[in-house]
Write a protein that binds this ligand. Sequence first.
Ligand code: SAM
Length: 462
Amino acid sequence: MNRNKPPVIRNKGARRTTGRPQRGKSPAKPAATNLRAVAATLIAGLLNQQGSLSSALDVVRVPDNDRPWLQALCFEVMRHYPTLQALLTPLLHKPLKERDQDIHALLLIGLCQLRVMRIAEHAAINETVQAADALKKGWAKGLINAVLRQYQRQQAELEAGLAPAEAAAHPQWLWDAIQQAWPGNADRIIATNNSHPPMTLRVNRQQESRDVYRDRLDHQGIAAEPCAFAPDGLRLRSPVPVDQLPGFYQGDASVQDESAQLAALLLPASPGLRVLDACAAPGGKTGHWLEIEPQLHMTALDVDADRLRRIEENLQRLDFPETTLRCGDLGFPADWWDDQPFDAILLDAPCSGSGVIRRHPDIKLLRKPEAIDALVEEQQTLLRSAWSMLAPGGVLLYCTCSILPQENAEQVARFLHDTPDAREEPIDAAWGIACAHGRQLLPTEEGGDGFYYARLRKVIAG
Ligand SMILES: C[S@@+](CC[C@H](N)C(=O)[O-])C[C@H]1O[C@@H](n2cnc3c(N)ncnc32)[C@H](O)[C@@H]1O
């Protein structure tokens, strides 16, 4: 497949948006009955910095048949948001009012269809104009029509005026941060961030080998290649819905990126160890750690009760019902911890997500540079708190899905400097880049997501 080529996405006309809410959550109620208008409502929420694209898509009501197209449209707009916004700004004589973010979103959707998706021009424009009616904002039809047609007329000139970061569909701060941190790899990182992510599976080694499962996939007509570094990983040639995966609901395989599959391999795993997955939801790494050693005494913690339920679902599917689940804040152990130290701790810290932008392109819009400093402080607090629960001789694996050094190697340097009983255990591996502390995986189109790992051991006093 040529991954640089934009996907061909079928055009969709107006549709009714009836359907069932997903996962029993209260459904979002888009004030619209056409898919572009539904997308505009969701994207307007993001423009207002509310929620995330995945959570909005999780609860929106649309017929199952329409979901892939809606999802593809929203993801494509987010993937190209910095470019689309830069093209839109000079086309608007004055900014739209805050209450008209849905019209703003419709304009981005129109530009995206014209510039990125191969939707016939007349359909892209007419359907987007009609969507204003569905939003009960008929007054905006003339504006949408005028802006999209002006874009068609001035496309070459407008494109020529884009700054490099805008043309590369990255916010300026992130583009600068990538150039500064990874000058030799920046172009590749940026291209990967703008690409469509692969679907990668983790085969449950408690059930069968990767080769056997690959044969089962093959029988279903699903082509897959073994991952280069993750021994349980299979990368699918094309994504498929999970219900087409053989034995998925019996726990034979899980969906997990290759880089994320490296975490459990870096952790101790022997029967009876008392271990903590400290930021565990939705439980991807918890499940893998248990697949490697089902006799672990595992506690999985997350501060978010809704997300904790997803760990429960995942561990039920994988048949690990013995895990202790705790809803609590890692920074406040007194609220949930029984004072028994852990032999090993996985801290998959909340982070910028700068290594997984291809999977969560709304990061380009939602993540703000001023929030990174606060995130870095939070990570240091969580690291210190997790350390206080680690037994002497125990191991803590710190990881993020970030590629920013301040969340990674610099974070660990600060922690080691301030923590006399912490020693770094180098990670000797064929993957990633050895940093001053820890190892960094950069996102690549042919490989896994951007991830960072550092392994720390608590020295035994004496
Ligand atoms: C990167 S995700 C973890 C992904 C997970 N390890 C996996 O592999 O499926 C980070 C998680 O940390 C949780 N979190 C954030 N702050 C926390 C805190 N103070 N205490 C516990 N969990 C926290 C978030 O709710 C989120 O689920």
